[in-house]
Write a new protein. Structure first.
Length: 107
């Protein structure tokens, strides 16, 4: 019985370590026909958007931008907010950045 409990505990530790070590780099692809001016990613459930990840950069139509979405918490699920040149925005929720490597914005 002790071996089973120990084995189960070890599996939980290994699983949580794997999630913590997961790659959170995501290629943001812009196929909207407009320039993406601001990009935000916040842990799902957060009531506030974090700072603009692009800073002074933009993502022109047809371009790809690699973003490290690791906020240091070990979280895998994030909400994305993109703001475009014309002032329009797109909010996508509950994106699992531990399972995807590319996220594409389209019209």
């Amino acid at each position: 019985m002790t071996r089973i409990l120990f084995s189960t505990a070890m599996l939980l530790v290994i699983s949580s370590q794997a999630a913590m070590a997961a790659n959170r780099h995501v290629d943001i692809v812009n196929k909207t026909g407009m320039t993406l001016k601001h990009f935000y990613a916040s842990s799902t459930g957060s009531s506030n958007w974090e700072e603009d990840i692009l800073g002074r950069d933009t993502i022109a139509n047809g371009e790809t931008f690699d973003i490290d979405i690791d906020d240091g918490t070990g979280a895998c699920r994030f909400d994305f907010r993109a703001v475009f040149q014309n002032g329009g925005e797109s909010v996508k929720r509950n994106i699992n950045v531990c399972e995807i490597s590319t996220f594409t914005y389209t019209r």
